[in-house]
Design a binder for this molecule. Structure first.
Ligand SMILES: *Cc1c(COP(=O)(O)O)cnc(C)c1O
Length: 388
């Protein structure tokens, strides 16, 4: 099946959607068994990894439909849902580490994920060191005997560095470490992380999968090597997304193919226009030929999405606020990937260690599904306000 055909059909079976196009919303906690023998038999089959429900935490129709669809899109073996993307970041890490371990984390990672390592993992006795996102095969030199996880995110949050994931994965696997990747920006449609050597994919499905700014949800997708540890740890943590949020995410993913194509085309148009503006020093978007990540992006990715940053020429905070505050179509707020365009001053307050940002003021844009003529007019008026 080609990607859009997959998106239209995945997740639905004769059992979970008998006679309907969609999997009907299925709310339940307790699963009833016919008799004691059935209870024991079901439990045993669950332990053997059959996709069979014993209780609401695993394998209920709604979450299973979504998990199987996302596992297929991301090129993985099995997946689990989490109540947010951040919970999925934490869930993937907790599945893979134990006290005394060492984690190598990209310095360009999602800020709250860094916080999780610095605070929570430190308390657990797990040490995190940060590496330059552009390290490539050089990650080898940073590996220690107790390094169990190399965590990647490409492109990086706010600064959009494209990582050489195959080179990093080869070096990590030589030393037997697990590679985790946050694949929010590209999704499995535009970057098959598992095929490029990643063992566990974090997918903040709040973004392009659910896409309507009304759901908080995450998934972790495992390959066969990491599935047992992910299954065990998710079960022990008691984490999962609600059936309602799984329902909405499955609805969202049906249109992800055409949405991403539109986001890509619109973002290219807008970024090329931004490059012509005298107020702009640089546009950080790997799909632009001028971007330092372009060659790697071209080699490994099959598309780009709607999120990028703009480095402005030196200007004051007040000028930036004047520009942002008057936008008609760019909402000012966190998150991205929805149908509506958003803007936020890039947030580097989490304090990078080895690859700090030395450039000028950064503003991050998420291009939604609006017509680009309207968006460009809105951005143009913003620059007029910035210029006073
Ligand atoms: C938004 C985001 C997350 C967290 O997702 P939530 O669902 O908002 O918790 C994780 N990683 C990246 C790269 C993100 O952009």
């Amino acid at each position: 099946m080609k990607p859009n055909t997959k998106l239209s059909h995945l997740g639905r079976t004769a059992v979970n959607a008998p006679g309907t196009v969609n999997v009907p919303l299925h709310r339940a906690s307790t699963v009833l068994f016919d008799n004691v023998a059935h209870l024991h038999d079901t439990q045993a089959r669950w332990e053997q990894d059959e996709q069979i429900p014993t209780y609401a935490i695993f394998n209920m129709p709604q979450s299973l439909a979504l998990e199987n669809a996302v596992a297929e899109i991301e090129g993985g073996y099995r997946a689990v849902t989490y109540p947010s993307g951040l919970a999925a970041v934490a869930g993937a890490l907790l599945a893979a580490v134990k006290s005394g371990d060492h984690v190598l984390m990209t310095d360009s990672c999602y800020g709250p994920g860094r916080k999780f390592c610095e605070s929570f993992l430190t308390r657990m006795g797990v040490e995190t060191t940060y590496y330059d996102p552009l390290v490539g095969a050089g990650i080898s030199a940073l590996m220690r005997p107790n390094t169990t996880v190399v965590y990647t995110e490409s492109p990086g949050s706010h600064t959009f560095e494209i990582q050489d994931i195959p080179a990093i994965a080869r070096a990590a696997h030589e030393k037997n470490a697990i590679v985790i990747m946050d694949n929010a920006w590209a999704t499995g449609l535009y970057f098959n992380a598992i095929a490029h050597g990643v063992d566990m994919v974090v997918q903040p499905a709040t973004k392009y999968y659910a896409a309507h700014s009304d759901v908080l949800i995450g998934l972790v997708i495992a390959n066969e090597r990491t599935w047992p540890m992910l299954k065990k740890s998710t079960y022990e943590l008691g984490q999962r997304a609600s059936p309602d949020d799984c329902f909405l995410t499955l609805r969202g993913l049906r249109t992800m193919g055409i949405r991403l194509k539109h986001h890509h085309e619109s973002a290219l148009k807008v970024t090329k226009w931004l490059q012509t503006r005298p107020e702009v020093k640089r546009v950080l978007y790997p799909a632009l030929e001028s971007d330092p990540g372009y060659a790697l992006w071209k080699r490994d990715f099959s598309g780009a999405t709607g999120l990028f940053s703009v480095e402005l020429k030196p200007c004051s905070d007040a000028q930036i606020a004047a520009m942002i505050d008057g936008y008609a179509f760019f909402g000012l707020g966190y998150s991205w990937g929805g149908f509506e365009s958003l803007v936020v001053p890039a947030d580097l307050r989490y304090g990078r260690k080895v690859a700090p940002w030395h450039g000028g003021p950064l503003v991050r844009y998420s291009i939604g599904l609006e017509d680009t003529d309207d968006l460009i007019r809105d951005l143009e008026a913003g620059f007029e306000r910035l210029n006073g």
